[in-house]
Write a protein that binds this ligand. Structure first.
Ligand code: SF4
Ligand code: FES
Length: 254
């Protein structure tokens, strides 16, 4: 139906009041809080059902409390900056619609778990990136560079296609109970990053990476909880990738 002068709101989608509860922490403290104290703060925003959690966070930051801290950049599921724990599940705020969260109830937002919180929803990503660097995420070859591109068949490319989709959001690693408690485990993302090169027919560093992942901080820590696969906003079969790395270590075949 088209809106008319008599019924101007006929096509309008009604906004709704949504309560957003955010786990906050200010390392410097506030006039009411000790430095580093965690506390829940509730905000109410007027939003459309099709608004995303990121839109709601922007409304809070821009209209209600400019001190609220969270990361975001692309706002379209590409940069991986805004992984957070939304209603107890890791998701990207920019890819999560309010209507998919039962907005009649308060929506609870926390920082991702297992990494030190710097402020509100911002965590220190350095331990996560350090694990990624450990597995040497770059093409390793010996000898001279070829005069043309390194050729690869479609079948060979398909072998590691899934793990090329990673955007380094850390949703997988910070959903892993072993990562939360172990303190040493590289975590699922580092294994996904290694998988992308281990099964690349052009790479010659497979066994170096497999040796790293055979270590006590490596793949054998995985307890196949599948949290990582459920958390991945790119739909990567993370647990399957980890299983393929385990199989390569067990059989000696890539
Ligand atoms: S594997 Fe998925 S969840 Fe893990 S960092 Fe990459 S994109 Fe994020
Ligand atoms: S802001 Fe870039 S992935 Fe969400």
């Amino acid at each position: 139906m088209t809106a008319t002068a008599e019924s101007p709101a006929a096509d309008a989608v009604a906004t709704m009041r949504v309560e957003i509860q955010i786990l906050r922490m200010n390392p410097e403290g506030t006039h009411e809080r000790e430095p580093g104290e965690e506390y829940w703060e509730s905000f109410v925003v007027e939003a459309l059902p099709t608004d995303r959690v990121l839109d709601a966070l922007h409304k809070i930051k821009w209209d209600q409390d400019g001190s609220l801290a969270f990361r975001r950049s692309c706002a379209h599921g590409v940069c991986g900056s805004d992984a957070m724990r939304i209603n107890a599940r890791n998701r990207l705020a920019c890819k999560t619609l309010l209507k998919d969260l039962n907005p009649a109830r308060p929506i609870k937002i926390e920082p991702i778990k297992g990494l030190p919180v710097e402020k509100d929803l911002i965590v220190d990503m350095e331990p996560f990136f350090a694990s990624y660097r450990e597995i040497m995420p770059f093409l390793m070859t010996t000898g001279n560079a070829p005069e043309r591109e390194r050729l690869q068949s479609p079948e060979e490319r398909h072998r590691f296609d899934d793990t090329t989709k990673c955007i380094m959001c850390a949703a997988c690693t910070t959903s892993c109970p072993v990562f939360w408690t172990d303190g040493q485990y590289f975590g699922p993302q580092a294994i996904v990053g290694a998988h992308r090169f281990i099964f690349d027919s052009r790479d010659e560093g497979q066994w170096d990476r497999l040796e790293i992942l055979n270590d006590k901080a490596g793949v054998w820590k995985c307890r196949t909880a599948f949290n990582c696969t459920e958390a991945c906003p790119r739909g990567i079969e993370v647990t399957k990738a980890i299983s393929e790395v385990k199989r390569a270590l067990t059989t000696g075949e890539i």
